[in-house]
Design a protein around this ligand. Structure first.
Ligand code: FES
Length: 211
């Protein structure tokens, strides 16, 4: 999708002016971009620190009030794309049925999510069941996987239950970012530290209770 293509984390490390210009352009476009394979959210409010502050790791506050089921909001934190996805009931019901096909179904690799995510929701990997927050970079070589959220047969998996597919080397993740067995990616997608300040506001980069 175009809104994924415009974000290039590699630009963030370039010291030259040309690189900085490209980064600022990418940041401007990436913050608030929404993709779902369905319809775009007409507007997403988010209020954020400067690009320089974000590179240093400043938290990013996101208003998700316009996010609909099946949609993905993409923001940027620490030079990485952060996906915020609203999952449907059908997707949530399908997730536990996939455990036998996954490499780390209960999120036991502690490097891939904060402790509170593993402790409270090892299968859904989220604070609220319907809202998934992930770092949108494949754990194989860092490509940004495609979201294929519909439950339907796909060319790469006739029993597809929705998830993320990385066309680079065909890694597959479910809608909780859990990696399938038998693919190049070694681990689940990363869940970044985050918390809710109210039903429609997420702060990425700060653990619950640490604000
Ligand atoms: S980078 Fe995703 S499968 Fe290789």
């Amino acid at each position: 999708m175009a809104n994924e293509a415009v974000f290039d984390p590699a630009d963030s490390g370039e010291p030259d002016h040309q690189g900085r210009r490209r980064f600022l352009t990418a940041t401007t476009v990436a913050v608030g971009a929404v993709g779902a394979g369905f319809a775009a959210v007409p507007f997403i409010k988010s209020w954020n620190p400067s690009a320089r502050a974000k590179l240093a790791g400043a938290p990013v506050t996101v208003d998700i009030s316009a996010l609909q089921e099946g949609q993905r909001l993409i923001v940027e934190w620490r030079g990485q794309p952060i996906w915020i996805v609203k999952r449907s009931r059908a997707i949530l019901e399908a997730l536990p049925t996939l455990d036998g096909e996954l490499r780390d179904p209960r999120s036991e690799n502690a490097d891939q999510q904060p402790d509170y995510i593993q402790a409270e929701s090892p299968e859904l990997r989220s604070i609220k069941p319907e809202i998934s927050v992930l770092v949108g970079l494949c754990t194989h070589l860092g490509c940004s996987p495609e979201m294929v959220a519909e439950i339907r047969p796909e060319p790469f998996d006739p029993n597809w239950k929705g998830g993320y597919f990385c066309p680079c080397h065909k890694s597959k993740f479910d809608m909780a970012g859990r990696v399938y067995q038998g693919v190049p990616a070694p681990t689940n997608l990363v869940v970044p530290p985050h918390h809710f300040t109210d039903d429609n506001t997420i702060v990425v980069g700060v653990d619950p209770g640490a604000a």
